[in-house]
Design a protein around this ligand. Structure first.
Ligand code: UDP
Length: 409
């Protein structure tokens, strides 16, 4: 589907679109190059896929490139990712060397052409080494929760980050002591993407049937990469406890991402934990299963995002948008999306998740009301149009370093 800003008029409101044009007018002379580490899988790819066409429709010369890396490199960056989230990882000198060598290869091979460079997450952070030679404005866009980073990894990354003109974090809690400006930008979902758009009830029914899900009984769902920090085993434990009180079903669905080598192992653990219960469906979804994911969420009664650590967790907004109450781990960006008792519940354990699920299952009207609240919350705060505006404003700010106020007219 071609993406046109005008299609968002009804959902986002005319004044939001007008503001976007005003800001875009001020930065249209600048090209914007985004660089990350995977074209599919995970939230960053999800956002860029939808955002680049919208920026282009606004007349911004926006592009998106992906760094290269082999399995060894992505094993290292996954360990970095976990360690920056505060998980225990052994980081060896060889791993740091592997990161440096891969960065050197990308520095040699990549065409760094944007007037403004948005470098997403740690994997491509070392590209900043070219800055002295080619100039341009550089922003490091960090999507992960680095509030309690492993010092070894953060001390390795920090000298790179400090060379940027600015950094962007998803939450104030993630801000670091850095000598560069820091902008706080929430991620977003695209209400018109196949992942989120309205669906015919018949299509939802067909998808539920395909996976042998009983449409008459409540369905609990978590959709995430198979990653320990998403706590799929905790979700299964919560479901088993809730099931003692309410006859329900569970879908644990997810796919992999080329930059996440741990997925297969975690999937094995999930299969093991789910064994023996035909009401648990473990689905390995291929990339581009957006319509099916949309249907699975729409067919659900409650959506889990029981992460132990989370940058933002787009899946939460995706579910709230579909008017589903969300039971989420009380971590990272989940805490701004799930307003406890209003759009869902924040939990700290499988037991907590189970008791909240049982509470909602016992009172469907309460669940429906929280879902409605969630939809409004996302509409106000987490739509792509707001995100695009924030990025354009960052481009403008980068053009006026040190300025407290930049006139838009
Ligand atoms: N997703 C998907 N297929 C899957 C699992 C997840 O398309 O099998 C999507 C999900 O709908 C969301 C994104 O990938 O849009 C995950 O983003 P999130 O911020 O929740 O987590 P991340 O994977 O970036 O840690």
């Amino acid at each position: 589907m071609t993406v046109h800003l005008d299609n968002y008029r009804e959902i986002a409101g005319a004044e939001v679109l007008d503001e976007l044009h005003i800001v875009a007018d001020r930065v249209r002379h600048l090209s914007l190059q985004n660089i990350n580490s995977t074209p599919v899988g995970g939230g960053v790819a999800e956002i860029l896929t939808r955002m680049i066409p919208l920026l282009k429709d606004l007349g911004i010369n926006a592009s998106w490139d992906v760094i290269k890396g082999d399995e060894a490199f992505f094993n290292v960056t996954k360990a970095f990712h976990n360690a920056l989230h505060g998980a225990k990882e052994t980081i060896t000198d060889e791993m740091l060397d592997c990161f440096r060598e891969n960065t050197e290869m990308n520095l040699r091979d990549m065409d760094l052409h944007g007037d403004v460079m948005f470098i997403h997450d740690p994997q491509p952070a070392g590209l900043i080494a070219r800055r002295r030679e080619i100039g341009k404005k550089w922003a490091w866009r960090c999507h992960i929760d680095v509030s309690t980073p492993d010092p070894r990894v953060w001390n390795f990354l920090r000298p790179m980050v400090e060379q940027y003109d600015a950094s962007l974090f998803s939450m104030p809690d993630f801000a670091q002591r850095l000598p560069i400006p820091q902008f706080m930008v929430w991620p977003s979902i695209d209400p018109l993407a196949d992942k989120n758009r309205e669906l015919e009830p018949e299509f939802i029914r067909t998808v539920l049937e395909k996976y042998e899900i009983d449409p008459k009984r409540p369905l609990l769902t978590q959709i995430s990469r198979f990653d320990r920090l998403k706590d799929p085993l905790g979700v299964i434990a919560a479901y088993r406890l809730a099931k003692k009180k309410h006859d329900c079903q569970l879908v644990i669905a997810g796919g992999g991402a080329p930059d996440d080598p741990e997925g297969a192992e975690v999937l094995r653990e999930v299969h093991e934990a789910a064994e023996g219960d035909p009401d648990i469906k473990v689905l390995l979804l291929p990339p581009f299963s957006d319509l099916e994911i949309n249907a699975l969420v729409r067919g659900s009664t409650i959506v889990f995002q029981k992460s132990l650590k989370e940058g933002f967790g787009l899946t939460v907004s995706e579910a709230l948008w579909k008017r589903k109450p969300v039971i989420g781990g009380a971590v990272g960006g989940i805490r701004v999306q799930v307003i406890n008792g209003v759009t869902g519940f924040l939990v700290h354990s499988p037991e907590g998740a189970a008791s909240r699920a049982a509470q909602i299952l016992a009172d469907p009207e309460f669940g429906r009301q929280m879902g409605e609240n969630g939809h409004q919350h996302v509409k106000q705060n987490f739509l792509l149009t707001r995100h695009v505006k924030d990025y354009l404003l960052v481009m403008l700010a980068l053009e006026h370093p040190g300025a407290d106020i930049v006139d838009l007219v």
